[in-house]
Design a protein around this ligand. Structure first.
Ligand code: N01
Length: 869
């Protein structure tokens, strides 16, 4: 009998859960504990999900069993002891059965029951769930706990059904096991399943041939007893141990590093990789940038290839086993027990399908384009239609008959990986858009089940009957999931994470790579903010607090977190000298930016005294166009070399000489000293362009923040003075006004590094209140904005200066100036300058460089000109 919630007509149960794997079992336990009537529908004859089906030889977990365990009940943890570091499939299945028995779960599980369709009946506010046997069950809430890797991908090899010998699938292994003794066996596939099965099959078979399309990165698992220090840590403080996993990046507590692989010398880097090789862990601590930097990642790839070459004796086989063409981790890596060593056995052979693809499977074996081979048995270890396959295998129909399969035709769209628009009261456990396969599944499952069950409980307590995400929230989450993936190397690989293993499947990065810790925080914040982005309906009407939970770029969030963790005093609370010292100290910690051809430091005559400059010359042949650059720092902080990484980046990307010039700073030298110096520097660089190795003719100006303010001011001064000629202006988050009442100040004035208080401090040091509408302070207020050089204005969504930058772009356009306005979504005032730290800023810097290249086209070399003439 259903309890607690609902309209007049009662459903059969409160909740139907599909799947009795670890997610379904815990879901049932939790919901039952909350008093919701629940039934679990399971296609198999037993519990265990993936561990029920994948009984191939060698199947084990590759997250340590002590971590790959439920944590919801300390009593269960005391009762169950794992026999090994990485338990075998039979032991894990035994654990699932133990759990089912301990909590008496079987009485609410219908085994051998395959769900075919689930449709939302809007009038009755219930789901109608029908099974392959023709039964129908109605429920208020419908939960898909079908696992991420449960629907096998179809075998896409010509002739696969023609083979007359024994055929096996790792995902559907005979319960009684298989004896390969004396047989000629083929294994197709070298993912995690193949890599685990191959050494065991080799130990039995008379002959084993492995058909490999893509080699995989794998390291030794070094299985054995659970490491004593893990056991000790767990025993010493079990709650802290579990909590650390919940608040970790991947659901296993490992030390975090901020060190870049490229920052350490080769011997130290190698030592870290050797430790990773020896660790026997899937997720050892290595370097911070292996996920984001191709160059850094390649150092680990090459280390691992070296290991393969050192293990596998035949050099041709060794080379074929060396992964190439994708980065470590972007296809799921493995840990193994003697995988590479297996290829040294005389009866084991590798067929490299990249060189000799399979033409067809025949009645007696496999034919490649080079030869025909006969086998007694073929084992398919060819993978899964991951993350979405099992969900859309059920015909799920939401509001107005909307089909989930159709809705997801171009890729899955979810809010938090838990829910999807158009499907009220439907929850996904570890669905696409959640950390799931990029995490310790047990931690992610528990988090999802806890969140879903407490949400259902919240609805019961508050008299709400339906829950559905809003389109705004869902679109925002999909964007965030993509933003997180886009700063990594993952989208570059043809992986099942990208849906690339299934022909015709849309290429979309399926899981959430922002981390278990950040993901949990997002889910918790959604609930705390009145279920932000969800619409509820109940007897008392509808409630909805619409919005987007994560709008900042993920790498910007990380920078903000790191800076917050430093506990620095606010800049405006310091005297300028102390603020400058802090500014300089922070600059020493940042990545250096790309190498340029040459850096020259020099001085030039300023309006009152000599000014320093730093010239960045590209490595390409000159002469190059010249850009005069003004640094940021609120007219108080910074110097000719304080925006060094940005200047390097602009130099390389735009193939221009960047001359970063200093100017006098406030409060020692107040307005208009900085303007006078900026204009003097422009004049000097323009007239010395050729002497500096640049091409003659007009220069461009560029600047960031207060430097962008100076850049645009010198454009106005240059126009009025009849020179120097300026080909274009690049204004990165410029100060264009002294008005702090615009909405962007109200919205972004407190939390994103540049604060309203800091701007006030800058202005107070720089310029008297009476002069703040002078166009040399507030160029937006100039009476005439026509006939200015073409402008590229960059504004950032979470910048207090956003609206004045946009206002300047609009005003210039109104005055007939050629303007490009680049809006950086999810960025803050300073993030575009954080080269190699905020990777999501790179596409914007590329656009800036494009603008500079457009303003300053490379002139033909004199020699070439001469020849053409
Ligand atoms: O599947 P896979 P899996 N012709 O997709 C090849 C988890 N898991 O079952 O890469 C020839 O990884 C395919 O080649 P390619 C784990 O998350 C965990 O092994 O497409 N070859 C690939 O080599 C894992 O990632 C454990 O070029 C074909 C292989 O088949 C996920 O499950 C254990 C082919 C498929 O590899 C899936 O692993 C097992 C074709 N037509 C699994 N089609 C643990 O240890 C495919 N292949 C916890």
């Amino acid at each position: 009998m259903a309890t607690g919630i609902g309209p007049a007509v009662r459903p059969d149960v409160d909740v139907v859960v599909v799947g009795a794997g670890f997610a379904g079992l815990y879901m049932l336990h939790r919901l039952r504990g909350l008093g919701f009537s629940t039934v679990v529908l399971e296609g198999a004859d037993g519990v265990g999900g993936t561990w029920y089906w994948n009984r191939y030889p060698g199947a084990r977990c590759d997250i340590m069993s002590i971590d790959y365990s439920y944590s919801f009940d300390p009593e269960l943890e005391r009762e169950w002891q794992w026999s090994e570091k990485y338990a075998t499939q039979p032991e894990i299945l035994a654990y699932a059965n133990y759990v089912a028995d301990k909590y008496d779960l079987r009485k609410d599980i219908r085994f051998g029951t395959r769900v075919q369709q689930a449709s939302w009946d809007a009038a009755a506010r219930r789901w109608r769930v029908s099974t392959a046997a023709g039964d129908e069950i109605t429920c208020r809430f419908y939960v898909m706990a079908t696992g991420c890797l449960s629907l096998p991908k179809s075998i896409d090899i010509e002739g696969a059904d023609r083979f007359g010998g024994e055929t096996y699938y790792t995902h559907h292994w005979p319960h009684e096991g298989v004896d390969f003794t004396g047989k000629r066996v083929a294994v197709i596939g070298s993912g995690s399943s193949g890599i685990q099965a191959i050494p065991i099959i080799a130990a039995q078979a008379a002959q084993l041939t492995v058909f490999q399309r893509t080699p995989n990165f794998s390291r030794p698992a070094r299985n054995g007893p659970t490491p004593q220090q893990k056991l000790d840590a767990f025993k010493a403080d079990r709650d802290a141990y579990r909590q650390a996993a919940r608040l970790s990046q991947a659901g296993v507590a490992v030390p975090i590093t901020q060190v870049s692989a490229l920052q350490v010398p080769e011997p130290a880097r190698r030592a870290v990789y050797e430790a990773a090789w020896d660790s026997g862990e899937l997720l050892p601590t290595t370097f911070a940038d292996l996920v984001t930097s191709a160059e850094a990642n390649e150092t680990f790839c090459e280390f691992l290839r070296g290991k393969i070459r050192s293990i596998v004796k035949d050099p041709v086989t060794a080379e074929a086993l060396c992964p190439q063409g994708y980065y470590y981790g972007t296809k799921r890596p493995c840990i193994d027990s003697g995988y590479f060593e297996t290829f040294n056995l005389p009866h084991v052979r590798l067929v490299d399908l990249r060189k000799t693809p399979i033409s067809t499977i025949t009645e007696t074996g496999i034919r490649t384009n080079a030869e025909s081979m006969e086998f007694d048995a073929i084992v398919f270890a060819t993978g899964f239609d991951a993350m979405t396959g099992a969900i859309v295998a059920v015909d799920i129909r939401g509001r107005d008959g909307l089909s989930l399969k159709q809705k997801w035709a171009d890729g899955p769209k979810t809010y938090l990986g838990l829910t999807t628009v158009g499907f009220p009261n439907c929850f996904l456990v570890t669905g696409p858009g959640s950390p799931s396969v990029l995490s310790n599944m047990m931690v992610s499952i528990e988090q999802h089940v806890d969140w879903v069950s407490s949400t259902i409980d919240h609805m019961r307590r508050t008299g709400l009957e339906t829950i559905e995400p809003t389109s705004t929230a869902e679109a925002g989450w999909v964007q965030h999931v993509n933003d997180c993936a886009d700063v990594t190397l993952f989208p570059r690989a043809d992986s099942w994470y990208m849906g690339a293993n299934v022909p015709g499947k849309p290429r979309v990065f399926l899981p959430y790579i922002g981390g278990v810790d950040r993901y949990r925080k997002a889910c918790d914040e959604v609930a705390q903010q009145g279920y932000l982005g969800f619409r509820f309906e109940g007897a008392a009407g509808a409630v909805c607090n619409d919005g987007v939970i994560r709008r900042l770029q993920p790498d910007v969030t990380i920078v903000l977190e790191v800076i917050e963790s430093l506990g620095l005093p606010p800049v405006e609370s310091m005297p300028p000298q102390a603020a400058r010292a802090l500014f300089d100290a922070l600059a020493t910690q940042r990545p250096p930016g790309p190498a340029v051809g040459e850096i020259v430091d020099g001085t030039l005559p300023g309006a009152a005294a000599e000014l320093k400059y730093r010239l960045y010359r590209p490595a390409t042949a000159g002469p190059h166009p010249v850009v005069v650059y003004y640094h940021g720092g609120g007219w108080v902080l910074g110097s000719h070399d304080s925006d060094d990484p940005l200047c390097r980046d602009l130099c390389v990307r735009s193939d221009s000489i960047i001359v970063s010039v200093d100017y006098r700073h406030a409060p020692e030298d107040r307005f208009p000293a900085a303007v006078d110096d900026a204009f003097a520097a422009l004049r000097w660089v323009s007239s010395h362009a050729e002497a500096l190795g640049g091409q003659p003719g007009p220069v461009a100006v560029a600047g960031w923040s207060a430097g962008a303010n100076l850049a645009t001011v010198v454009c106005q001064l240059g126009r009025d003075a009849g020179g120097p000629a300026i080909a274009g202006q690049l204004l990165i988050t410029p100060v264009t006004d002294a008005d702090m009442t615009r909405p962007s100040y109200q919205q972004n004035g407190e939390r994103y590094l540049l604060t309203s208080a800091m701007m006030r401090w800058f202005f107070d040091h720089y310029v008297d209140v009476a002069n703040r509408s002078d166009p040399r302070v507030a160029p937006l207020r100039a009476g005439n904005l026509s006939n200015l050089p073409p402008a590229t204005i960059v504004t950032c969504e979470f910048d207090p200066l956003r609206d004045e930058g946009a206002a300047y772009a609009a005003a210039l356009a109104d005055a007939g100036v050629d303007v490009q306005h680049i809006f950086a979504r999810g960025h803050i005032h300073s993030s575009l300058t954080m080269v190699d730290l905020v990777i999501s800023g790179a596409p914007y810097r590329e656009k800036m460089a494009e603008a500079l290249r457009r303003y300053l086209p490379r002139q033909q070399q004199p020699l070439l000109r001469h020849k053409l003439a």
